[in-house]
Design a protein around this ligand. Structure first.
Ligand code: ATP
Ligand code: PRP
Ligand code: NIO
Length: 487
């Protein structure tokens, strides 16, 4: 199938086979329409960091809005055979799928919000079959985009207000990786992308310089700069390191001086190798001495938040950071371990469910969960995961999900807000999607609401995000009951 078509036709088969076999099982057992609640959450902040930036909701919404099985999808499912060569799925089930419409309630935390382990980013409540089916695509979308938005937020923070341009397409995890990551990187903090299709699809500003091949294709570096500067008199950034960086800077200055009477504006130079601190300092001196004090110094070359921090500490004179591979691929942690777990199922009343594990961190949380964030004028104070259907005590207490001896009482005067907001009600979209610049501004504000000890890269302080004590107790009782029953 032509690649372009993937994004324009049904994505209902974009799921694991086992979602369909379970769906078939639910249908066969008369459980398809039983109401269930699932939560999508992760267990650990990525990159050893102290926070995570939620992203991917817009794509998740688009996917859910189009969730229906087309005749082609059904024909493919009908063609699947079990080991005895018989059709894997009965026709009655395929008919059911074909007429199925998405009717779940979905609540989610808006993109750009800071989030923490165990907090549901997405909550799905609705017919078991539907809520199950969407597990894998929701995880695909939210895990990746959340990961990249978080990486970008860290990089933007290291850049301390400087411009960050995302240059990563050539190293991205395939075509969709480059597009969804460009969007997520923009949400997280990148100011522009070199990826034109991302620019067109998402209205992200596009920016760029030129490659070494441009210089190589001319007889001399000077000639190459002049030709580029003549073609783009207002928008030239010269890549100066093809042969000898500081000689390249001098030639760039010479060309800028020559073209100046014709209205040329010397936008910048780009450094792409060597000691970026030393070279940027020397280049700055040369530019300033020639009167080009507003000319930018762009740097690229395997940059990430750590390197940018070092370069700044060393006194590098770089004011625009081109960041590719390390950001677009989340190089140091290529996956966020988000999961999607069943938390409640309705028979006559709601029955709460957990998945047990030897490791407490992997034991899921039961209930119909919401996240309440407490804050004061200066910053965010703590997050409380609680069951929406249970009454809260007047002064709730937080319990660390991994260490029940760590508890925190919340200031009675603290203000609070609930983070999960309605997205779909009975399959109908109720959420007004914010535009991308608003999401980006939200991220910046959100990160600034965290104490700096939570934002540092090395051994950050852990933000208090825990279970409401009643929920914690209920979970412990449920674990004990299940362990007893399994004996
Ligand atoms: N002052 C510095 N302090 C720390 N790291 C630096 C500094 N300057 C550059 N780096 C980083 O060191 C790494 C190696 O850079 P270097 O230019 O020596 O090798 P390279 O990438 O192989 O060069 P080339 O692109 O010419 O092949 C890069 O990730 C670069 O960003
Ligand atoms: O280093 P990144 O953060 O991924 O940024 C993007 C890189 O892509 C380009 O070079 P390319 O990687 O094609 O070749 P080079 O590294 O050999 O210059 C560019 O010159 C950057 O170095
Ligand atoms: O425009 C640039 O300078 C650019 C684009 C992609 C990758 N590296 C650099």
């Amino acid at each position: 199938m032509a690649l372009q078509q993937i994004y324009r036709t049904s994505l209902s088969l974009l799921t694991d086979l086992y979602q369909l076999t379970m769906a078939y099982g639910y249908w066969k057992n008369g459980m398809a329409e039983r109401e269930a609640v699932f939560h999508l959450y992760f267990r650990k902040n990525p990159f050893g960091g102290g926070y995570t930036i939620a992203a991917g909701l817009e794509h998740a919404i688009q996917y859910l809005q189009e969730l229906r099985f087309t005749a082609d999808d059904i024909a493919y499912l009908a063609s699947l055979k079990g080991s005895e060569g018989k059709p894997l799925f009965k026709q009655g089930f395929l008919d059911y799928l074909q007429q199925m419409e998405f009717t779940c309630d979905v609540d989610a935390i808006p993109e750009g919000t800071v989030v923490f382990p165990s907090e549901p980013l997405v909550r799905v409540k609705g017919p078991l079959l539907q809520a199950q089916l969407i597990e894998t695509p929701l995880l695909t979308i939210v895990n990746f985009e959340t990961l990249i938005a978080t990486k970008a937020a860290r990089i933007k923070e290291a850049a301390k207000g400087d411009t960050v341009i995302e240059f990563g397409m050539r190293r991205a995890q395939g075509i969709d990786g480059s597009l969804s990551a460009a969007r997520a990187a923009y949400i997280g903090g990148a100011d522009a992308t070199s990826n034109l299709l991302a620019g067109q699809l998402y209205n992200i500003p596009v920016k760029g310089t030129h490659a070494h091949s441009w210089i190589q294709s001319f007889d001399s570096e000077e000639e190459a700069f002049e030709a580029y500067g003549t073609a783009f008199p207002q928008d030239s950034v010269f890549l100066v390191d093809t042969y000898d960086t500081l000689e390249g800077v001098k030639k760039a200055i010479k060309v800028a001086q020559k073209l100046a009477p014709k209205g040329f504006i010397f936008g910048g130079i780009r450094l792409d190798s060597g000691d970026l601190t030393y070279l940027s300092q020397q280049a700055r001196k040369l530019l300033d001495a020639a009167g080009f004090t507003d000319t930018s110094i762009v740097a690229s070359n395997d940059l990430d938040e750590h390197l940018i921090t070092h370069l700044k500490q060393e006194g590098a004179k770089i004011n625009i950071w081109g960041v590719g591979t390390k950001m677009i691929t989340a190089y140091d942690q290529p996956a966020l371990g988000g999961v999607y777990k069943l938390a409640a199922i309705k028979n006559d009343a709601w029955e709460y469910k957990i998945k047990l594990s030897e490791q407490l961190v992997k034991t899921s949380n039961p209930g119909i969960l919401q996240v309440r964030r407490f804050y004061n004028e200066q910053r965010y104070l703590a997050d409380m995961i609680y069951n929406e259907l249970e009454p809260l005590p007047p002064q709730p207490q937080l319990v660390d999900p991994l260490d029940a001896t760590r508890r925190k009482s919340l200031e009675p005067t603290a203000k609070y807000k609930d983070l999960l907001v309605p997205i779909f009600k009975k399959g109908q979209l109720k959420y007004k999607l914010p535009d991308l610049p608003s999401i980006k501004a939200h991220t910046l504000q959100e990160v600034s609401n965290l104490h700096e000890s939570i934002r540092r890269y090395l051994n950050p302080h852990s933000y208090p995000a825990g279970l409401e004590s009643g929920l914690h107790q209920f979970k412990m009782d449920l674990i004990l009951k299940l362990r007893e029953a399994e004996k």
